[in-house]
Design a protein around this ligand. Structure first.
Ligand code: ADP
Length: 169
């Protein structure tokens, strides 16, 4: 698997799938989630509403992932995953790792071989960048998958630098 870092906007990525740092409601939010729904158009939200009435009436639990079509995005699918909110009291690293593992599992089910991830949980959910980058890189490196082109799309120089350090170690 090739792991590459991109400084830019996830919604510009031409890939089989882009991963959304969603929240449990699946009904949209700020950050990368808001950008995906804005640019992808209403089909994504409609598919998310269907998922709420069928598979996830109580919402998608943190650490799990589910796919929808990508609407007008230059990708085929959005893989929605719910990152953990960072906590100083409780180690939620396993949940953040699970986001990456389950997203790759869903990508495999879809037959997606190019997948772009944002820096899950590092926005409003408050996870420190270096720690999140290490967990993300370690997890995708150790998860068996058919994905051959994996990109981390980082929205700031700080996030890009943190992921570069994680990839180097
Ligand atoms: P979370 O709730 O999981 O913290 P956020 O969307 O708030 O999710 O932030 C996750 C990361 O995505 C942050 O590092 C944020 O800077 C970044 N981000 C926000 N918008 C975009 C975008 N359009 N493309 C890529 N990354 C983005």
């Amino acid at each position: 698997m090739d792991i590459t870092l991109v400084l830019g906007d996830l919604t510009d990525q031409h890939a089989d799938a882009v991963v959304n740092a969603a929240n449990s409601t699946l009904l949209g939010g700020g950050g990368v989630d808001g950008a995906i729904h804005r640019r992808g158009g209403p089909d994504i939200l409609a598919a998310c509403r269907d998922l709420r009435t069928t598979r996830y009436p109580r919402g998608l639990p943190p650490g799990q992932s589910v796919a929808t079509p990508a609407g007008r995005l230059p990708a085929r699918w959005v893989i929605h995953t719910v990152g953990p909110v960072y906590s100083r009291e409780e180690d939620r690293s396993a949940v953040l790792a699970s986001c990456h593992r389950t997203a790759l599992h869903v990508a495999d089910e879809l037959g997606a071989t190019s997948v772009a991830f944002p820096a899950i949980s590092t926005g409003v959910y408050g996870w420190p960048l270096d720690s999140a980058a290490r967990i993300a890189v370690d997890t995708v490196r150790t998860t068996p998958t058919q994905v051959t082109d994996l990109r981390f799309v980082l929205f700031s120089r700080e996030a890009h630098a943190a992921f570069a350090r994680a990839l180097d170690s």
